[in-house]
Ligand binder design. Structure first.
Ligand code: AMP
Ligand code: ZN
Length: 467
């Protein structure tokens, strides 16, 4: 079955066809590195990772590019307010460059903790100022810009289909505009380049043909995606909040300069919510991956929690759900570990069922149901193991690497195991069996492997289906 994905641009499920047989180009809008990433942000990157793994699972070679926004993202989407980086630097008493480096490292560490594969290309906005200036010059040459006293703006009225991605009602927005438009001609116009102001000394600023200043937030993605993937590539990703402003503006810029709508597929991850509110950095009080670790959870519990919902629906964060995911991950790991070493080929029927649901717009809740069905099935263990290892290429739960912690087996059980080993070596099989029964009665499984007896806390007989 071919891979079907939901494309926000056409508002439809479309069969994925790569633009080139060699490589699928994937661009994901990366983090703004002025603060810690919260687990809402990380949900969006888990979604991107599932997509990338699903593409690889279908045999595609992927080139994954991610930007780091380290300049130009202002506190208001209307291109007013302070640069988030400068604000973050002031708050931390550090330079903007220092906090960019610090929070980039934190973000990368959180990606590793969640088994999110690293992009092949990282690109920082501040490393691509020349490319952004060239992109703005190109847009200017095509006649889509105007100058105000505070910057160079994109004139959205010149583009009849501006905002199509978001199905924006531009006239309605104009009529209801309450924001201070300053010298902007239309409420949807946005900054390509902002001038530094003499009263507020910026740490990050550059010379440009228009005056000293800094790039607007959206231009970096048009400039860097064009540089690394070309002006028209396969899939562009982001969170749902990007649809109405950031991605609409990226498309406007790229269309103005290159005449393409930037990407063939536009895909968006829906928000992780805390109660009824979205989790947001600017709102403060958010949860980090580190918060989960501090509460004793393996970060992959959060990854499994993300698999419990489609990326196209909002997901409510609840500690009870995290607890449930923790129990499931434990059962999954113990079951897989108990099957011993992998051998042979995956089971074709289960592999097909799994592929069908993954290829149905990444239906991960169904993919988890297939996984639990496999675990409960009466297939031989080695076949189960070989099959689940293939599933894990997409799930990314690190099932092959997991080992029970040595401390999970208490000393008195280890003593019984040692006595059993001795009994066996002395051919006192009745004694050995009785010792084995004692170990099992205490809640452990014991399995004889070429490396010796392995003891694991017993997986509960009931494996839980995802809800
Ligand atoms: P930012 O660092 O603010 O630029 O955001 C990084 C990514 O996280 C973007 O793709 C956002 O769309 C996404 N995002 C922000 N808040 C949430 C949330 N509560 N749930 C899921 N994704 C989010
Ligand atoms: Zn972007």
């Amino acid at each position: 079955m071919s891979l079907t994905l939901y494309d926000t641009y056409t508002r439809s499920l479309r069969e994925f066809e790569p633009l080139s047989p060699d490589e699928v180009g994937l661009y994901a809008c990366g983090p703004t590195v002025y603060d810690f990433p919260h687990i809402g942000n990380m949900r969006t990157y888990v979604f991107g990772d599932l997509l990338r793994r699903a593409l690889a699972f279908n045999g595609y070679k992927v080139r994954h590019v991610m930007n780091i926004t380290d300049v130009g993202h202002l506190t208001s989407d209307a291109d007013t307010g302070e640069d988030k980086m400068e604000e973050g630097a002031r708050r931390a008493g550090k330079t903007a460059w220092e906090i960019a480096e610090y929070y980039t490292d934190v973000f990368k560490e959180d990606m590793r903790r969640l088994n999110i594969q690293e992009p092949h290309t990282w690109c920082r906005a501040t490393d691509h100022i020349a490319e952004q200036i060239r992109e703005i010059q190109c847009i200017e040459k095509k006649g889509f810009t105007y100058r105000t006293s505070d910057g160079i703006y994109f004139d959205t009225s010149k583009q009849p289909d501006y905002g199509y991605l978001a199905r924006l009602d531009v006239e309605g927005l104009e009529a209801g505009a309450r924001v201070d438009m300053a010298e902007k001609r239309s409420v949807t116009d946005f900054a390509l380049w902002k001038f530094s102001t003499p009263d507020a000394q910026r740490q990050m600023e550059w010379e440009s043909p228009w005056g000293v200043g800094f790039p607007g937030w959206h231009i970096e993605c048009s400039a860097m995606s064009a540089k690394y993937l070309g002006p028209y590539f396969d899939i562009h990703l982001g969170g749902e909040d990007h649809i109405s402003v950031h991605h609409s503006n990226e498309i406007a810029q790229t269309e103005a300069c290159h005449g393409t709508r930037l990407a063939n597929f536009w895909m968006h991850g829906y928000f992780l919510q805390l109660g009824d509110a979205k989790m947001a950095k600017s709102a403060g009080g958010f949860l980090r991956v580190q918060t989960l670790i501090d509460r004793g959870y393996d970060p992959l519990v959060f990854r499994l929690f993300c698999l419990s919902a489609s990326y196209r629906s909002k997901l409510n964060f609840k500690w009870e759900s995290i607890e449930g995911a923790a129990r499931q991950l434990n059962r999954l790991r113990l079951a897989v570990h108990g099957w011993g070493d992998p051998a042979g080929e995956p089971d074709e029927a289960y592999l097909q069922r799994f592929t069908d649901v993954v290829n149905n717009d990444l239906n991960m809740p169904r993919a988890m149901s297939v996984t639990w069905d496999l675990i409960r099935s009466d297939l031989p263990d080695d076949l189960k193991r070989a099959t689940i290892m293939r599933f894990d290429d997409v799930l990314g739960l690190g099932l092959a690497e997991w080992q029970p912690e040595a401390t999970a087996v208490p000393d008195h059980i280890k003593v019984l195991a040692e006595e059993r080993r001795q009994a066996r070596s002395e051919k006192r099989y009745a004694d050995a069996d009785s010792l084995r029964d004692q170990i099992i009665a205490a809640g452990f499984d014991i399995k004889d492997t070429p490396r010796g007896a392995e003891i694991t806390p017993r997986a509960e007989a009931e494996t839980e289906a995802t809800s």
